[in-house]
Design a protein around this ligand. Structure first.
Ligand code: SAH
Length: 668
């Protein structure tokens, strides 16, 4: 990449995000070629946001710190500036693009000469370099509107304070140790009146001189390889302060998270994609902890009810007498649930449920979605045939209105809407009413089969409506779907009785309170929002995100699953801020954070990425980013900087399962 481009990226993608706001400073940083201030062999690193060696044991400061100090000086175009520690001359060049005149002093003669020659050659005519001890200032040119010291001293040299004009600003790193300092700003309010504030912890080479460190003491310490100078001002730094990093999912201590969940009744766990292994695995581990340590009663996921019910039967050890007539999780996108990550969890749950004697106490597994119109019709009819063949006949006639559209429910919606076909709403509703009138059949286990049939009948009425309103616009059908999911969850909570607790697994876009996103502004709602409204703090919302890696997704609807590369996150996104923490994995409390400052900074809207069952990297900005306010959406955020795709079951692997297994493939 050309240097100009690298410079542009450094400024736009890093400095801005790290908290630099002064446009004049950002412009100057974009103008000065940092590569011209370092040795030939260092040029390729010129735009790393890091300090670099410049000879004589000295360094050129990190771009961020140069920008940060320039910003703290609050320069005006007419200002006269003094710099102590010219080094390469780079910072002086930057300052010279913002202020009128710059005077800079360097104690190393060789560095001073090189800097003077270089600045002249590059055409910086308003900079003057002098060799000498900067702690005495430059009395001939005083007073200065701004003074900046690029080396760390034990205190503020009084000569420098004296050479400030009234209203002048002095920025200097000071500290009792040679190696670490506080960046301090002094403002001269009057002849003897100075105001001080601290700008953050930093790490500079020592200021050596009359009012600095004595030369011999400082020289004993190696001064070459400086650590990264890191002022604690940017969002990534604040995140790093609060984040709870973890080494691996297996080694994560869930205690702090569980403490924050507290007595919440519903815990919703989201994911930024439908195809990331880490999201599935940590979600499973959190869920296990909620089940084992907080007695959660069931898991309900963004999957079709009848399909997920196969898992429910499996994990609660309800082997059915007859083989299943249909294959579960067979519709697009099959990898979303038929994968090894989900398989591991349901096998764990099946084992876990053996420890629970009473079948009522067993932990259930359900689906909340409504894309199973016809499977649900078959399930209702199947149930009625068993318990009441006459009622089955009536239901069959009622649902007969819909059955011609099996395999193409979307076309039913369009045909009904344009009047080319009968609207089946009334029939579906009547069938549901008939089922709701039925009393719990004592012969059926706990009335469970009746409950299953009733939920299916509700699903049919909601799905029938869903396919009709799909054509009014996406907001309506989205809201209808999320409302259906929410109501199904409520039915389950009711069924489990007082104090029942649920874990919900769905995409971030369903889980994160929609009111805090751009969609909420347009009137979209989601399960997260409905839970927040219904349960308040009794709902705990967890989101998950990633910067880059691989993901399982299709290129178009009904398309084949592909393993795609996830692009590094957008510069204006939350993901980028997380990425810049340089932490690989962490849990970040948002609403229960110990740093209100962080929560406030995160609340400022940014972009957030959503990858669904389809991922189109080429149009990523338009198709996958939306704007949101993270702490408004979620109570907690889980971060994996790099992620990998879920591991879908191959047809062969699925076919190896016994027919009773929910992931079995049925021979047709
Ligand atoms: N601003 C420089 C980085 C400077 S590093 C750049 O952009 O490249 C700090 C510099 O301060 C070193 O070159 C060091 O030699 C110098 N220095 C330390 N004590 C000093 C003093 N008392 N007077 C002048 N320069 C000093």
């Amino acid at each position: 990449m050309r240097f100009e481009e690298q410079r542009e990226r450094l400024v736009e993608h890093e400095l801005r995000l790290l908290g630099i706001r002064d446009e004049a400073v950002l412009r100057a940083m974009k103008e000065v070629p940092r590569e011209a201030f370092v040795a030939e062999e260092m040029r390729e690193f010129a735009y790393r946001n890091a300090p670099l060696a410049i000879g004589s044991g000295q360094t050129i400061s990190q771009p961020l710190i140069v920008a940060h100090m320039a910003e703290a000086l609050e320069l005006a175009p007419d200002d006269k500036v003094l710099e102590i520690g010219a080094g390469s001359g780079y910072a002086a060049a930057v300052l010279s693009r913002i202020a009128k005149e710059v005077y800079t002093i360097e104690r190393h003669r060789q560095l001073a000469d090189t800097a003077a020659e270089r600045l002249k050659r590059l055409g910086y005519e308003n900079v003057e370099v002098r060799h000498g001890d900067g702690t005495r200032g430059w009395p001939e040119q005083a007073p200065f509107d701004a003074i900046v010291v690029a080396a760390g001293g034990p205190g503020i040299p009084s000569a420098l304070l004296r050479q400030l004009s009234i209203g002048g600003r002095l920025v200097i790193p000071i500290g009792e140790e040679l190696e670490s300092q506080q960046l301090v700003r002094a403002v001269r309010r009057g002849e003897e009146d100075f105001e001080y504030d601290e700008l953050g912890a930093v790490r500079f080479v020592p200021l050596i001189g009359e009012a600095g460190w004595p030369a011999d003491e400082a020289i004993e310490k190696p001064t070459v390889s400086r650590g990264v100078v890191r002022p604690r001002l940017g969002l990534p730094d604040l995140i790093r302060d609060v984040a709870e990093p973890f080494e691996s999912i297996e080694k994560l201590d869930f205690k702090p998270l569980l403490d924050r969940v507290g007595s919440a009744r519903v815990v919703l766990i989201g994911e930024a994609t439908h195809g990331t292994s880490e999201f599935y695995r940590i979600r499973a581990e959190i869920t296990k902890a909620l089940i084992e340590r907080k007695d959660f009663n069931f898991v309900a996921v963004e999957a079709d009810w009848p399909d997920a019910y196969r898992i429910h039967d499996f994990v609660t050890h309800k082997e059915r007498e007859e083989p299943h007539a249909w294959e579960a999780f067979a519709r697009f996108p099959t990898w979303m649930w038929r994968n090894h990550e989900t398989l591991d969890f349901i096998h764990w749950l099946r084992e876990h449920n053996l420890t629970r004697q009473a079948s009522r106490r067993r932990v259930g597994f359900y689906g909340l979605d409504l894309y199973s119109l016809f499977t649900s019709i078959h399930r209702v009819l199947r149930y009625l045939e068993k318990v009441d063949p006459e009622a089955a006949e009536i239901a069959r006639i009622r649902y007969g209105c819909l059955t011609p559209w099996e395999g193409d429910p979307a076309n039913y919606g369009r045909a009904a809407l344009t009047g080319r076909y009968r609207n089946c709403e009334a029939e579906a509703v009547r069938a549901l009413q008939d089922l709701l009138k039925r009393r719990v059949d004592a012969a059926m286990r706990d009335g469970e089969e009746l409950f299953d049939a009733q939920v299916n009948a509700r699903l049919i009425t909601d799905a029938e409506e869903y396919y009709r309103i799909m054509y009014y616009g996406s907001d309506e059908s989205w809201n209808h779907r999320d409302t259906h999911m929410f109501r199904t969850m409520r039915l389950l909570l009711e069924r489990y009785g007082d104090g029942a607790k649920a874990v919900i697994w769905a995409h971030n876009s369903h889980v994160g309170n929609a009111a805090a996103t751009q969609f909420g502004k347009h009137g979209q709602l989601n399960i997260g929002q409905l839970c927040r409204q219904a349960f308040g703090a009794g709902a705990y919302l967890i989101g998950q995100g990633t910067d880059h890696g691989t993901v399982a997704a299709a290129s178009l609807w009904e398309g084949a699953v592909e393993i795609k590369q996830v692009r590094p996150s957008h510069p204006d996104s939350y993901e980028r801020a997380m990425h810049l923490t340089e932490l690989n994995r962490f849990v970040l409390p948002l609403t229960k954070s110990k740093s209100p400052q962080l929560t406030a900074m995160l609340a400022k809207r940014r972009l957030e990425r959503a990858i669904g069952v389809i991922y189109r990297p080429d149009t990523e900005r338009q198709s996958h980013y939306f704007d949101a306010s993270l702490p408004g959406q979620f109570d907690e955020w889980i971060w994996f900087d790099e992620t990998s795709a879920v591991d879908p079951l191959t047809t062969l692997q699925a076919a190896e399962h016994e027919p009773a297994h929910p992931f079995a493939i049925i021979d047709r």
